[in-house]
Write a protein that binds this ligand. Structure first.
Ligand SMILES: Cc1cc2nc3c(=O)[nH]c(=O)nc-3n(C[C@H](O)[C@H](O)[C@H](O)COP(=O)(O)OP(=O)(O)OC[C@H]3O[C@@H](n4cnc5c(N)ncnc54)[C@H](O)[C@@H]3O)c2cc1C
Length: 447
């Protein structure tokens, strides 16, 4: 019997699970390979769909895969737990099962508490990534959940892990709605949304958070809803009482923002504070502020922007647990792999997705994108199968570029494969939906 353990139900491991199951079910010796998946949540989110869910263009149910159902359909064991360490010399891993409704360890749980151990013959690590400010986000997340506070709630969240974004926004809106109900005299509502980041995720989150909070505030004030085409309504002050201001704290020059997105920002009234760096947050007499240093033309100015919602889209960072996996890491803490997505020191340890360190054909690190993780999942499945049968492994060659479709939050999407060729329209929005649906459909099993 060979036991294959998949750590993390990420894009890559899910793809690998489905393909491994297909191969195994066609093999006369299929009973000799046992598959186990360990992941903290039974929901695996499809990243491409999350922005449309944030904008409330699609329902949350459309964007996640039920890991336990997929495991049952693929004849695999599912353990809802978080891996805390790996011993690749003894081929064992340790995990704990204490998680809350968001699939992350409950506050106060001892980080070293190990609940169980499992032995493996082959392991595949696909645990995604987090952000640089995860501890700040964690401490603030407890504040949203604490509804004893009667002041207007404020929210700090990060875009990674992407699976937590939807639940955190829902919880925040419930708190906000309670606050608005308590103050029934409220005629107008002002919401300051600040997004920090310089990549496509930050630009996309600015568009979809604008759309979401325009809708959300209208609902809370019981104003008539907008047509879908107007859903990404203009940010800033409006005559009917909805004041949603959206601001991007952007590290580079605003001229570097892709043309089609800059046009959307202009139409929607989303403002950009360019050459600006996030320093931290502070809270003074019920007002939360984000502190920013701007360095335009070499002159540094410090700003304090008031916020109700702060979204940190500051790029990927490795999960702290990677330090406890006892496999070689690069200088930044990402897992080193060879061309076969195998640890250079432990041939039975495979890794893929955001958590790995790999250079592309141009010599630059490959983007941390779901598209790459999904493709790697195909190689993980094939190479695990070859490894079990003693065959040569297949080298993974990352694609040069990928199709970037950015959701605008109003039914349109931006097609940005090349800085000069950018289109935004509803047809591209439809194409994006179709592509997202096709991937998710593979994992919709009827029970
Ligand atoms: C706003 C935004 C929009 C994006 N849009 C796109 C897009 O349109 N297209 C695209 O290609 N990419 C997009 N990305 C990037 C994409 O989200 C990531 O690259 C992708 O999620 C990485 O997939 P993964 O397989 O590495 O891990 P993930 O899909 O993130 O999954 C990691 C899994 O590991 C689990 N896990 C974590 N820690 C542990 C542990 N200790 N033990 C066990 N399990 C664990 C998690 O719960 C999760 O199930 C976007 C990112 C952001 C922030």
């Amino acid at each position: 019997m060979v036991r294959v353990v998949l750590i993390g139900a990420g894009h890559s491991n899910l793809q690998a699970l489905r393909m491994l199951h297909e191969r195994r079910s066609k093999s006369p010796t299929w009973g000799s390979v046992e598959i186990c998946v360990i992941s903290p949540s039974d929901r695996a989110w499809y990243s491409g769909m999350v922005p449309a869910i944030v904008a409330r263009l699609r329902s949350a149910e459309e964007g996640w895969v039920d890991v336990s159902t997929v495991c049952r359909a693929c004849n695999a064991q599912f353990i809802q737990g978080e891996v805390v360490s790996l011993n690749p010399v003894q081929n064992t891993l340790q995990y704990r099962t204490v998680v809350d409704s968001l699939g992350v360890p409950a506050p106060g749980v001892d980080a070293g508490a190990v609940h169980a151990e499992i032995a493996y013959d082959i392991v595949s690590i696909d645990i995604g990534s987090t952000t640089a400010f995860s501890s700040l986000v964690e401490s603030r997340r407890c504040a949203i959940l604490d509804d004893s506070d009667s002041s207007c709630p404020s929210l700090v969240f990060s875009t990674r892990p992407i699976g937590a974004v939807h639940s955190v926004l829902e919880q925040f809106e419930q708190r906000l709605a309670q606050f608005v109900m308590k103050r029934q005299q409220q005629q107008r509502m002002q919401l300051n949304v600040v997004i920090v980041g310089g990549g496509n995720a930050a630009l996309e989150m600015s568009l979809v958070l604008n759309a979401r909070f325009q809708k959300c505030v209208r609902e809370m004030l019981r104003l008539p809803s907008l047509h879908t085409a107007d859903a990404g309504a203009r940010s800033g002050s409006s005559s009917d009482g909805v004041d949603v201001s959206v601001r991007v704290v952007f590290p580079g020059s605003a001229n570097n923002i892709p043309y089609a997105i800059a046009r959307e920002f202009k139409t929607l009234g989303i403002s950009v504070l360019e050459h600006a760096r996030f320093i931290g947050i502070s809270e003074e007499s019920n007002h939360a502020r984000v502190h920013v240093r701007s360095a335009c033309n070499g002159v540094g100015d410090a700003y304090a922007l008031r916020f109700d919602v702060l979204c940190l889209a500051t790029g990927p960072c490795p999960h702290a647990v990677q330090q406890n996996l006892s496999v070689p890491l690069d200088d930044n803490g990402w897992i080193l792999v060879n061309d076969f997505l195998q640890s250079p020191s432990f041939p039975n340890v495979f890794a893929s997705g955001d958590c790995i360190s790999m250079l592309g054909r141009t010599g630059c690190p490959i983007p941390k994108a779901g598209v790459y993780a999904v493709k790697q999942g195909h190689y993980i499945a094939r190479n695990i199968w070859h490894f079990i049968h003693g065959n040569g492994l297949e080298a993974y060659v990352p694609q040069r570029r990928f199709m970037q479709l950015i959701c605008c939050g109003n039914g349109r999407a931006v097609y940005a494969p090349h800085p000069r060729l950018q289109l935004n329209n509803a047809a591209i929005g439809t194409l994006k939906n179709w592509l997202d649906d096709s991937w998710i459909r593979q994992f919709r099993f009827k029970e």
